[in-house]
Design a protein around this ligand. Structure first.
Ligand code: BES
Ligand code: ZN
Ligand code: MN
Length: 514
């Protein structure tokens, strides 16, 4: 989807050539009864007759009025303009419009809007208008291609917000696409091919390791999970170099279990299909790299994706087996369904070689996290208070929120094993925390955070599907970090781009339009 920003009054946005127009209207702005454009007058009339009230959730729609270029206009009240209100107003407006074939949509915001609010409006519009089509024989393709955003005031941040929202949506939609694909259309090999195509630009590198290379590295825990699978494993290493080589990278590690049967400790049949989403962490890393390619921020980022299926088989790893991880620690695999930590622990050890400023793993790790936090907030675990705070802030700013969970050492008691250095599961209590305690053993040499997205990466029920989370949170975190680190002059950025932490293609595009 393509977003474009223009400074326009409401009456000018009425004449812009769009198929439909959404007007986001906060409660405290009263309509001008003398306005020349029809919308304000019609809103005022509807209020006067008691047919419309400027309160959260209220919608007013008009069709083909004189003075209106769009055939359909929907006014949606955004209450106090908080991002959450904007999200619901936008969803409601799109529901009212979606039956029509809209290619180009106008989005006018009345009054003051924050960067956050504008990004929320665009990302929620993209979310509501998205549909998965890849494995349908007669797909109903999305018609919406372009959004013309207009506001009465013109601030550099708003233009920047629109550019960022476009990159964010591209990243979120890539993540959704791969998470939604069934496991036979999203194998470790497919993920590796996708990573290669995303990381093909000048600032990128991508290396894909197969079973032989992984064995040579001594990733015994990762290999144990993969040994029951017919699909060969892949260990994907992506690099985005937007800053000087001397600058320590942020490493993102995404869980890439392309299907989780549970292995020999097999899962029950009901809803097992949802385990195709078990590579949601990997999909979010791919999505973030897609967005980095568009925004080119001055930061170095490494993406690691250990990818395999978790299958039962004659050769599969068995409960009680002891394996040696890349770190040298031995692990007793008491439950083969706790496979993620086995895969992640070797990826975390591999991350050490980058001497990272921070390592963030993203994983659909535990059902226990779904019980604790539901589908609203991602579970955040971190041994580093500064990193935890940055991620919490990024979550609030992007609306892709998380909640910090504890990591007291007492929670690790249950992981003790008589037959190995550590067991891969503890009891049922505090399952998301004990899982994080297991991972923490492999993160001693860097600042580390873990995001448990088991509840937030997809929705169950009728509207089943991937959400693209936490691409928003991660991108916000990286863009903020890019602003905080000293800029790299050698990459030839403009002054404005250095200031905003964003350079290259996307920046140049807005500059041209300004
Ligand atoms: N992929 C699951 C976690 C999961 C469960 C994600 C439900 C989304 C919804 C993970 O590999 C898993 O199976 N975890 C087990 C761990 C248990 C065996 C200690 C779980 O949460 O039940
Ligand atoms: Zn899993
Ligand atoms: Mn599992």
């Amino acid at each position: 989807m393509n977003f474009e920003f223009q400074k326009l009054s409401l009456s000018h946005s009425m004449t812009a050539s769009v198929d439909a127009l959404v007007v986001l209207w906060p409660s405290q702005v009263q309509p001008d009864t003398q306005a020349v454009e029809p919308v304000s007058r019609l809103v005022a009339q509807a209020i006067a007759h008691g047919d419309f009230e400027l309160k959260a959730g209220a919608l007013l729609s008009f069709y083909s009025q004189p003075g209106m270029a769009a055939r359909h206009v929907v006014v949606a009240c955004t209450a106090d303009n908080q991002p959450g209100q904007i999200r619901s107003a936008m969803q409601a407006a799109w529901n009212a419009l979606k039956a029509g074939k809209i290619k180009r949509l106008g989005l006018h915001v009345v009054g003051e809007v924050s960067v956050q609010g504008l990004q929320m409006a665009l990302s929620s519009l993209a979310d509501s208008s998205y549909s998965y089509t890849t494995t349908l024989s007669k797909p109903k393709a999305r018609t919406l291609k372009q959004v013309l955003v207009s506001a009465t005031h013109d601030r550099a941040e708003l233009r920047q917000a629109v550019v960022q929202a476009q990159a964010l949506v591209a990243g979120v939609e890539l993540a959704k696409e791969w998470a939604n694909r069934p496991a036979n259309h999203a194998t470790p090999t497919h993920l590796a091919e996708t990573a290669k195509s995303i990381a093909s630009g000048r600032a990128f590198k991508c290396e894909v390791l197969g079973p032989k290379e992984v064995a040579k590295l001594g990733m015994g825990a990762f290999m144990a999970v993969a040994q029951g699978a017919a699909e060969p494993l892949r260990f994907i290493v992506m690099r985005y170099n937007g800053a000087a080589a001397s600058q320590a990278p942020v490493v993102l590690v995404g869980k890439g279990i392309t299907f989780d049967t549970g292995g020999i400790s097999m899962k029950p049949a009901a809803e097992m299909d949802e385990m195709k989403y078990d590579m949601g962490g990997a999909a979010s890393v791919l999505g973030v790299f897609k967005a980095l390619g568009e925004l080119k921020p001055s930061i170095n980022v490494v993406g690691l994706i250990p990818a395999t299926e978790n299958m039962p088989d004659g050769l599969a790893v068995k409960p009680g087996d002891v394996v040696t991880s890349m770190s040298g620690q031995t692990i007793e695999i008491l439950n083969t369904d706790a496979e993620v930590r086995l895969v992640l622990c070797d990826a975390l050890t591999y991350a050490e070689r980058f001497k990272p400023q921070a390592v963030i793993d993203i994983a659909t790790l535990t059902g226990a996290c779904v019980i604790a936090l539901g589908a609203v907030r991602t579970g955040l675990f971190s041994s580093d208070d500064a990193l935890a705070l940055q991620l919490q802030r990024a979550g609030e700013a992007s609306g892709d929120t998380c909640w910090r969970m504890p990591l007291d050492d007492d929670y690790a008691e249950g992981l003790k094993s008589r037959f190995a250095d550590v067991a891969n599961v503890a009891g049922r209590a505090a399952g998301s925390v004990t899982a994080a305690k297991f991972l923490q053993r492999f993160t001693k040499s860097f600042a580390w955070a873990h995001l448990d997205i088991a509840g937030t990466a997809w929705r169950s029920g009728a509207a089943k599907g991937a959400t693209g989370r936490p691409v928003g949170l991660l991108l916000q975190y990286l863009l903020t970090a890019a602003q905080a680190t000293p800029a790299d002059k050698s990459l030839g950025k403009s002054k404005a781009a250095v200031k905003s932490g964003v350079k290259g293609k996307a920046k140049a595009r807005t500059a041209g339009k300004a």
